[in-house]
Ligand binder design. Structure first.
Ligand code: THU
Length: 149
């Protein structure tokens, strides 16, 4: 559906050049497919993968309310369904096209697929996921805290 984007890396792993307008456009395109009859808050998300793929997702609500899926869940699923990889940048928008801050649960889900370095659209300067989820629990905690091995 989407072309691969060029990822430009400098010497430091934190130097990634992201075409934010392109990422936002992908999020705005998929927001049209959101299924949100209950909240009527339509959300679209687009993530740039470390191999240049752009993966997208939209929120999918449920009559039980609590089982509703956020747009970022769709991104995580599309990432793996498309072959895996690591998210390097993410843009989430609402129906008005403006950025929307990922909810707390989604920050944890994003931690798994993008880690602390993930760049998140914040309307102006992008922020690292580590800033949005300080002191996070993650995969490394399972390695260091598991007993009986
Ligand atoms: N929503 C998302 O898709 N992502 C977020 O990070 C915040 C909230 C959705 C869930 C629900 O369908 C609607 O927005 C209102 O909460």
């Amino acid at each position: 559906m989407f072309e691969r984007a060029a990822i430009v890396r400098g010497l430091g792993s934190d130097e990634v050049s992201v075409d934010w307008e392109r990422l936002r456009a992908a999020a705005r395109a998929v927001v049209a497919n959101a299924y949100a009859p209950y909240s009527r808050v339509h959300v679209g998300a687009a993530g740039l993968v470390d191999d240049g793929r752009v993966v997208v997702g939209c929120n999918v609500e449920n009559a039980s309310y609590g089982l509703s899926l956020c747009a970022e869940c769709g991104v995580a699923s599309a990432l793996h369904a498309g072959g895996g990889g690591r998210l390097v940048a993410l843009s989430v928008v609402a129906g008005d096209g403006d950025f929307l801050a990922p909810c707390g649960r989604c920050r944890q889900i994003l931690w798994e697929v993008g880690g602390p370095e993930l760049l998140v659209d914040a309307g102006g300067e992008p922020v690292r996921l580590a800033t949005l989820l300080p002191g996070a629990f993650g995969p490394s905690d399972l390695v260091t805290r598991a007993e009986g091995d």
